[in-house]
Ligand binder design. Sequence first.
Ligand code: PGA
Length: 251
Amino acid sequence: MRRPLVAGNWKMHGTRASVAELIKGLRQLALPSGVEVAVLPPCLYINQVVTGLEGKAIAVGAQNCAVEPMQGALTGEISPSQLADAGCSLVLVGHSERRLVLGERDDVLSRKFAAAQSCGLVPLLCVGETLEQRQAGRTLEVVAGQLGSVIEELGAGAFAKAVVAYEPVWAIGTGLTATPQQAQEVHAAIRAQLSAENAEIARGVRILYGGSVKAANAVELFGMPDIDGGLIGGASLNADEFGAICRAAGN
Ligand code: PGA
């Protein structure tokens, strides 16, 4: 049985004051025991969140990490070892906003993935197609390419301690959600691709859906056989809404 994971990606949102409010709201949530819950604040606030959530069963992670595992001369970057030292247990790798806006390529992402794992962090590898690619019928090919590049570099074994997040770019922050069937099709393809390399790892790996998940659509999405939770953007900035999504994953 795969334990569902719901992770809140706060993106570049927050101030010390609003983060304090959000922490207060999160502390009050009744969370289902069968669901793993995590939040991914901007790096500046990781310390505040780790301290503020002490004793609450919510893990803290980062949205990005450096390609080098250890601290060193790399201006402006934060190493996975520093994230681990700050209390993080997971890190996003290859969110589409970084792939598309900052030009992060697959080869760089494999290095980040490996660097994170070498410091004991769980990488959450984000994959997903643009609207143009979907309309051209290339969804499965694009996602297979993004996943395949990490498998090729690091082997399917690397997914024993990693999570995959399928996030169709056209559904992120747009209010458009993939239908449960559309999402399931891609999730099943991701699992099949891993299964072709290593069936046991494929059975165990959690594949999250992301893209305009709300309390109102979470139950249906999380009800699909290969959807093991969600990566939540906008809705994770509201503690009550986020809590409702976490409970949906527990159903
Ligand atoms: P959204 O973002 O829930 O606001 O669509 C999801 C994500 O980008 O992780």
